[in-house]
Design a protein around this ligand. Structure first.
Ligand SMILES: Cc1ncc(COP(=O)(O)O)c(C=O)c1O
Length: 350
């Protein structure tokens, strides 16, 4: 696909994109950031223009899934500055994954430098404040080398590309935007496997459950715990939230991805709203006792749940104003319409 062209308006370059009608899809941007790990050290390659990768055919990332990725957003604030949201938490999650997959950690300074450089280099693609769109960042990590045995690589590639995106679930946030989800009979993660790290293999095996759910008319698949199929795990690429009376609850499980959005919402609920919060196992049957349900993540932000279906069983929910309170506070902190008491906004020098 041809890259959108730059235009010059006054002294600021802009790009011919209709940000407000973007979907959650890839647009090729001019620059990506890259570093390589070789002979025990990370070396920065810097900003590259080519969106193609050239890899040795024996690379571990291609055969054994020695691969990690992250998803995060940079947004223009109401003050005109550009902010990434909690980038160090993404860096730490990637490094935890690297340790598990037996590769070197990505140093926090390297991760942050990449985030800052790649966002600044692609600044015409950063959606303006109020467009409802954001610049999505996709840091990723590959084990590479001339190899054929089942063993970890000694060379690694770290790259970040960016792409402007609209909302993940179309329609954005609001009382008429509730989604229906189907309980999947399949699993995305093993009880003691890699569900807690953002390894590509977890997502390849979510394609069948996700496609089955969409073919049946649902927005996504809801996963149960892989050991007993009793407890709620997560929904597609989003964590689960429930409101039970005054309490905000979310599943405790070693096989779900620890969502940075969820961590933020639980802290907002507890510390800014003084709501009781609980992180604990949630049996599927308990859906009948919840007042409201939602899922959350970088892409989904907060998406409220209208319905969950498991075969012949069905649980229906209505919109709860508390989802709006959480949404407004989170997005307000991200876009600088609210104070940032936790220091979550990271200003990108442009
Ligand atoms: C499986 C899974 N669960 C939850 C999330 C939400 O995590 P976060 O809020 O950090 O984007 C994601 C997205 O990264 C995910 O892939």
């Amino acid at each position: 696909m041809e890259k959108p062209r730059y235009y010059f308006i006054g002294d600021r370059r802009t790009v011919d994109l209709d940000f407000a009608s973007l979907r959650f899809e890839y647009t090729d941007c001019p620059y990506r950031f890259e570093a390589v790990f070789e002979h025990g050290v990370w070396r920065v390659r810097g900003l590259l223009e080519d969106n193609q990768l050239r890899l040795p055919e024996g690379s571990q990332c291609l055969h054994y899934g020695q691969q990690l990725f992250e998803g995060m957003k940079a947004q223009t604030g109401a003050d005109g500055k550009v902010y990434a949201f909690r980038p160090l938490d993404n860096a730490r999650r990637m490094s935890r994954g690297a340790v598990y997959l037996r590769g070197p950690e990505v140093p926090e300074e390297l991760f942050l430098r990449g985030v800052e450089e790649v966002v600044a280099a692609n600044f015409p693609y950063i959606p303006p404040y109020g467009s409802g769109a954001a610049l999505y960042l996709r840091p990723f990590y590959l084990g590479v080398g001339d190899n054929v045995g089942v063993k970890p690589a000694s060379r690694f590639l770290f790259r970040i590309f960016v792409t402007p995106v609209g909302p993940y679930f179309r329609g954005g946030f609001g009382p008429d935007q509730g989604k229906s989800f189907m309980v999947s009979p399949l699993d995305r993660a093993a009880p003691h496997g890699t569900g807690h790290v953002k390894a590509g293999g977890n997502y390849a095996c979510s394609f069948t459950p996700g496609c089955q759910a969409r073919e049946a008319g649902f927005a996504e698949a809801l996963y149960l715990d892989p050991a007993e199929h009793r407890f709620i795990e997560e929904i597609g690429a989003a964590n689960f939230l429930g409101l039970k009376g005054r309490t905000l609850i979310t599943p405790d499980s070693a096989s779900i991805l620890p969502s940075i959005t969820r961590m933020s919402l639980m802290q907002i609920a507890a510390e800014l709203f003084s709501w009781p919060t609980e992180t604990r196992q949630i049996p599927l049957e308990e859906l009948g006792e919840l007042d409201a349900a939602a899922c959350c993540g970088t892409a989904a932000v907060i998406t409220w749940i209208r319905e969950i279906v498991d075969g012949q069983r069905r649980w229906a929910f209505s919109f709860d104003e508390r989802w709006r309170q959480l949404y407004d506070k989170l997005v307000g902190i991200q876009t600088a319409t609210e104070e940032d008491p936790f220091g979550w906004r990271h200003e990108i020098p442009i």
